[in-house]
Design a binder for this molecule. Sequence first.
Ligand code: FAD
Ligand code: EPU
Length: 303
Amino acid sequence: MSLLAFPPRIRARVQCEVTLAPYTTFRIGGPAQFVVNAQGLRDVADTVAACRAANMPLYVLGGGSNLLIGDEGVRGVVLTLHQMKKMQPFGNKVLVEAGVNLGTLIARCSHAGIGGVQGLAGIPGTVGGALAMNAGGRHAEIADFVERVVWLNPEGDLQSLYREEIDFGYRRSGLRFGVVVEAVLAGAHAEPAHLIARSRQIMKEKLASQPYQEFSAGCCFQNPMGQSAGRLIDQAGCKGLAVGAAQVSELHGNFIINRGEARAEEVLELMRQVTERVQAAHGLSLQSEVRIWPSRDILARAA
Ligand code: FAD
Ligand code: EPU
C-alpha cells in the first residue's frame, strides 16, 4: 500500500508513519502507517473509498480519550476530523460537526440557552467520538439529545439517520462502524446562567472523584448491570496495583493511569490482572470500555 492509493487531491493531507501517542489522553501508542486530516466531507468520502478499494483498515480518531493504541501502532489509515468543527445553534437545537470538542459544544449550547448536553460536562473528546461511544454518565448520555446524525456507513454511503434508526446502547452505538460527519442535537430552552452553573457543578463532581491530572482513557471497564466497576475493582483490592508505569488509580478504581512512559502491553497486562482479581472476588467478568487498536483479547496473556 502506498500513497498512490489516495486520490491526488488529498495526498497533501496524508502523513506517513505518525506516532499516535500524542493524539491520545493515555499518551500511549506507536505509529500509524497513514494519517489523513480531513478538511471536509469530500476528504472523508475519498479516504473511505480509497480504503475500501485498497482493502486497507480504516480507524477513525476523535479526541483519543477512549483509546488504547498498541505499542506497535496500526497498519492502515487513521482518519481525523479535527478540522471539521463548524457549529450552528438554531432555536433549541444545534447543528454540529464531528470534530467539535464536546466541552466547546457544551459551552456554546449553555450560552445559547440550549439545555441538556450540560449533563455531559467534563467528558473529554469530540462530538464524533461521543456519538460513536454514546458517551455519558449519571446525568445523561448523548443519545438523549440526538435528533439525527449524518455519517458515511460501512459501505461508504452518505446517510442521514434519525435517532430511532441508530442502535444506541450503554457506551456503544452502531455508528462506530462508519464515520460520523455531523449531527443535529436537540435540547430544551433554559437560562444560560443556570446552564453554566450546572456544567460547572457536574465538572466539579468529576474532578473530585476522577484522576483528571493524570494520563488515562477514562474508565477502562464497563459497569456490570447495576454496579460500579470502579467500586468492584476497589473492593477487590486493586487500587495502586501497577505493571511497569501503568497503575490502577488510587482515586477511582476504574481508571488506569500512565505514570510516565507506560507501554500498551503494561496496561493490557494490568487490565488482565484486574479482571482476574474481580472475577475471583465477585464472580463477575469485566468487559473493556476502552477501545483497543488493533483489537485484542485482553484476557490473552501479554507477550
Ligand atoms: P476516541 O477516543 O478518539 O474514539 C473512541 C471511539 O469512537 C473509537 O472507536 C473511534 O473510532 C470512534 N470514533 C471517534 N470519532 C468518530 C467518528 N467521527 N465517527 C465514527 N467513530 C468515531 N466517557 C464517558 O462516556 N463518560 C465519562 O464520564 C467519561 N469521563 C472521562 C474522563 C476522562 C478523564 C477521560 C480521559 C475519558 C473519559 N471518558 C468518559 C471516555 C471518553 O472521553 C469518551 O468515550 C469520549 O466520548 C470519546 O471521544 P473521543 O473523541 O476522544 O473518541
Ligand atoms: N466507588 C468506590 N471506589 C472507587 C470508585 C467508585 O467505592 O474506586 C464508588 C463511589 O464512591 C460511588 C460508586 O462507586 O458510590 C459509583 O462511582 P462513580 O460515581 O464514580 O460512578 P461509576 O459508576 O464508577 C460511571 C461512569 C463514568 C462516569 C461516572 C459519573 C462507567 C464505566 N463509568 O462511573 O464514566 O463519569 O459514572 O457519571 O460507566 C467513562 O465511561 O470513562 C467514565 C469515566
